[in-house]
Design a protein around this ligand. Structure first.
Ligand SMILES: [Zn+2]
Ligand SMILES: [Zn+2]
Length: 554
């Protein structure tokens, strides 16, 4: 059994596979050094401004996974900026996406809007001008708390309306043969000859998904509005037959060509995408080829990453395992989530609430390793860069004098901060003469830990002095040692001293220390393990602990 969860946490901190360069730096360098296209031998242009793009659709649930793309793109943007590459950070709202199903909490009457672009649908909650704006405001407000750089926000709907894409749309529509060829390489059932990537919006009912293109001539498109079957719903068409002018851009390109158009429109040099896009027949690579061969613009360098899982499964509203950004901030620093996303891109990340103390400890250790210049040169450099990107650029990580698991213990034993502080002084963790800023950092940590204990601590993490103990379950040889330790504890001056006392007692009696610690925890808090024992003794009061241990008679 483990000596306590502090030690076991340390053992669990992942030993990262150190790359020569931090991934965001390596990617930035690759971008800066690009000379030629990927699919053709065209030369990479020299542009006054490039951008690192992030985007998301606005209909889903706002969980912490939705922040991962932004946090990672931001790192690449910062790396480019520091290397004096002309880049900006942009966020595109995919508000031209049609509504596919009615989310929980939205009235059933919204069925009438299925197939309509989310930017054309009213706000079901009545507080914003449209459906997408309702979600966008919340998303931006939340993401600001986790981001160091503020992205410039663009709406697809607005850009279509403004005619920003008109040139590229015509280029793609006029070359739909080439576009089709690229897509067909990976398709078993080939696209029909009449296929075209343009989808007009029905003039009569305003829906997007329901229009079927009948004919395209030059920039004129004829269509009919028909029912469209989504996976689980049907978008009703109105039967209208009409025609529209593509150059007026009242419609949308298919995703396999629209993405390419976005890259060209915003001079995108890098963008994040889930690892499912890594395979060569994915929409990412198809768009990359369309981008270079049809639009003559170099494909962006991808930031492929693994999606976040919760307790090993995908986060979803129906499974009820959603982790909301707000809940995160109640128990942990935003930098801890940034660390989770930034330390590596491609290993499956599974999160469970119980990881919070570990993540907080990992962040503390990282800051400590950097300030104390720990490790060999490669390791030092990697730690420095990781901490740099994890931190907000204008707000360095504050070091807290007590670690999260100690805070978790104190927060449970003392409801008020003053008492906890007194205890910390007695335990010699602080002198009591710390500057106000340091004390505030301790209070903040206690506050986070208190909420964690209330909301997420497992029974095993809850701490209180055991009302009674089972003397019979303790081996006689160990029981004798417990009362001896009890006698000595009364005289101990510090948590460290208690810790050493237990280790030495185990050694002198040829016992495995974990076995002795486990007996101690069982006697005092009725659990086989617990926080660092020395600290626990002081937090509970050493007289009380000594008294209890002396009661263990052989
Ligand atoms: Zn609203
Ligand atoms: Zn219609």
């Amino acid at each position: 059994m483990k000596e306590g969860f502090v030690l076991s946490l340390e053992k669990n901190i992942e030993k990262e596979q150190k790359e020569v360069k931090f991934w965001a730096d390596a990617l930035a360098e690759k971008i800066i050094e690009r000379k030629q296209f990927h699919f053709t031998d065209e030369k990479t242009p020299k542009l006054k401004k490039w951008s690192v793009k992030s985007s998301s659709s606005l209909s889903g649930v706002l969980h912490i996974g939705r922040l991962s793309d932004l946090v990672r793109s931001e790192a690449v943007f910062r790396a480019l900026e520091e290397k004096k590459f002309p880049a900006e950070f942009i966020y595109i709202t995919e508000d031209m996406d049609p509504l596919r199903k009615i989310p929980k909490g939205v009235p059933a009457s919204f069925e009438q809007y299925l197939g309509m672009a989310v930017s054309d649908i009213p706000d079901p909650f009545g507080c914003h001008e449209s459906y997408d704006k309702h979600h966008l405001e919340e998303f931006l407000k939340v993401s600001e708390k986790f981001l160091s750089a503020k992205p410039k926000v663009f709406s697809m709907r607005e850009e279509y309306k403004k005619g920003s894409f008109s040139k590229e749309i015509l280029e793609i529509v006029n070359n739909s043969g080439k576009v089709k060829e690229v897509i067909n390489q990976f398709k078993e059932s080939k696209l029909e000859d009449s296929w075209n990537p343009w989808k007009p919006i029905c003039e009569n009912c305003g829906k997007l998904q329901t229009t079927e293109v009948l004919k395209i001539e030059g920039s004129k498109v004829e269509y009919e509005c028909k029912d469209y079957e989504f996976e689980t719903t049907i978008a009703k068409g109105c039967g209208f037959k009409g025609s529209s002018d593509i150059s007026k851009a009242n419609g949308k390109l298919a995703w396999k060509s629209e993405w390419a158009m976005q890259w060209k429109r915003w001079n995108v040099c890098s963008e994040g995408a889930g690892k499912e896009y890594e395979s060569k027949n994915s929409a990412f690579w198809i768009n990359a080829e369309i981008c270079e061969k049809v639009l003559h613009f170099p494909m962006p360098e991808p930031i492929f990453y693994e999606h976040l899982m919760i307790d090993g499964v995908k986060m979803s509203a129906s499974l009820g395992n959603i982790v909301y950004p707000k809940e995160w901030l109640e128990v942990s620093r935003p930098e801890a989530l940034r660390l989770l996303y930034l330390k590596r891109l491609m290993k499956t990340r599974s999160f469970s609430w119980q990881d919070i103390p570990l993540l907080e400890l990992e962040l503390d250790r990282l800051a400590e390793a950097v300030s104390e210049k720990k490790g060999d040169e490669k390791e030092r450099l990697n730690n420095e860069r990781l901490l740099h990107f994890v931190s907000f650029s204008k707000k360095p990580i504050t070091t807290v004098k007590i670690d999260y698991s100690l805070a978790l213990m104190l927060a449970q034993l003392f409801q008020n901060n003053e008492e906890a502080l007194e205890k910390l002084e007695e335990m010699k963790h602080i002198s009591g003469k710390e500057p106000k800023k340091e004390l505030e950092a301790i209070f903040e940590r206690l506050k986070l830990a208190r909420t964690f204990a209330e909301k997420h601590a497992l029974p095993g993490q809850k701490i209180s002095f055991a009302e009674n103990f089972d003397a019979k379950s303790i081996e006689p040889a160990i029981a004798a040692l417990l009362s001896k330790i009890g006698e000595k504890i009364s005289k101990a001056e510090s948590a460290e001293e208690v810790q050493t006392l237990v280790f030495n007692t185990a050694k002198e009696n040829n016992l495995q220390p974990p076995k002795l610690f486990s007996a101690l925890y069982s006697t005092i808090i009725a659990k086989p393990q617990g926080p660092k024992f020395g600290s626990l003794v002081f937090a509970l009061g050493k007289e009380r602990v000594a008294e209890r241990l002396k009661q263990v008679k052989v």
